[in-house]
Write a protein that binds this ligand. Structure first.
Ligand code: NAD
Length: 311
């Protein structure tokens, strides 16, 4: 579009920085991160393109992530988001690691600064910001978290950063729970982080002031709820990291019973908001991003329903 304020005699182009950004991961063709970034960048008046590097489609192993980053840097990319299964691999590849990313042990954003690769983690920021905005005043006295994988590392770190006093970690793979608990204890020595065995989960839920669900249960192909909601005390808040669908069985049932709830959308938008901010140095509009994300999800759900595949 022609800028009406531009001198028509001028031959030089206006000084607009071009941002080329990408996402590396497995099976990410349908990721909502590219449209989220691009829609907000457009609103901010940026020349911004977001590309997908799906390892499965490229036929490349996860261990190629370093080579793909080098290729992207040479091609002029400004930054790359990183997702499953490369978040830990990138820890060893970057030249500089943000303190929080080092502590929680995962990188989901690499920024190219000349020859240097700077690693960040914005997943935990997304959960933290969602918790603060979506569940203001939530009690963090006794929080139970189910699921200690990639998302769970970010939520545990965010909960402890926000001052959770007692955090109980549960996972069907007890080694994962133990490893995450050990990592968190190192960085939050003044707070209690303990693991919960499957046969202790009911008691832990009954004593919780908040429950975070961070397993894939509730997704289209993993239906169900990871714990019995009858165990919750009145007023206990419930948070789900799953966002496809946004209204998981857990979120719906908890809300019906009157519990304060936080769906996975806030975390998903929050990580994109924080990534966009780090990449561009410009403050994106969080509410506008929330709105466009929820429209994208709604369109996806309408499409699934029209295909006879209701979510
Ligand atoms: P992951 O595979 O790294 O971790 C999942 C963990 O849950 C594993 O440790 C597994 O052992 C455990 N688990 C599975 N079923 C369980 C059960 N019934 N009870 C107890 N533990 C169980 O996966 P992830 O990357 O952490 O993703 C988990 C979910 O979070 C996915 O649905 C993903 O889409 C979602 N996610 C959301 C966001 C967001 O921004 N909202 C970000 C990342 C991931």
């Amino acid at each position: 579009m022609t800028d009406p304020h531009r001198d028509p005699r001028s031959t030089s182009e206006p000084d607009v920085r071009r941002y080329l950004v990408g996402l590396i991961g497995d099976g990410i063709g349908a990721s909502l991160t590219p449209p989220m970034h691009e829609a907000e960048a457009l609103e901010l008046g940026l020349d911004y393109e977001y590309r997908i590097f799906d390892l499965i489609e490229l036929g490349r192993p996860a261990t190629d992530v370093g080579a793909i980053l080098a290729e992207a840097r040479s091609a002029g990319f400004a930054a790359m988001n990183i997702t499953h299964p490369c978040k830990q691999l990138v820890l060893e590849i970057v030249d500089e690691l943000d303190t929080d990313a080092a502590r929680l042990g995962a990188v989901n954003l690499v920024v190219f600064d000349g020859d240097r690769l700077l690693g960040y983690n914005t997943d935990w920021m997304g959960f933290r910001d969602g918790l603060v905005a979506g569940l203001p005043g939530a009690s963090l006295d006794h929080v139970v978290q189910i699921g200690c994988g990639g998302a769970g590392a970010a939520t545990a770190y965010a909960l402890l950063s926000q001052g959770a006093e007692h955090l109980g970690l549960s996972d069907s793979d007890s080694v994962r729970a133990e490893e995450l608990a050990a990592r968190m204890r190192r960085h939050f020595p003044g707070q209690t982080v303990h693991t919960i065995e499957p046969d202790e989960l009911a008691d832990a839920i009954a004593g919780a002031t908040g429950v975070v669900h961070a397993t894939p249960m509730g997704m289209l192909h993993h239906p169900g709820v990871a714990f019995d909601l009858d165990l919750l005390r009145p007023g206990t808040w419930v948070s789900d990291v799953v966002y496809r669908p946004l209204e998981t069985e857990l979120i719906n049932q908890a809300a019906e019973r009157g519990h304060p709830v936080l769906d996975g959308g806030r975390m998903a938008v929050g990580q994109a908001w924080a990534s966009l901010r780090i990449i561009t140095g410009i403050e994106p509009d969080r509410e506008r991003m929330q709105h466009s994300f929820r429209e994208l999800i709604a369109a996806e759900e309408r499409h699934a329903a029209s295909e006879g595949n209701p979510r």
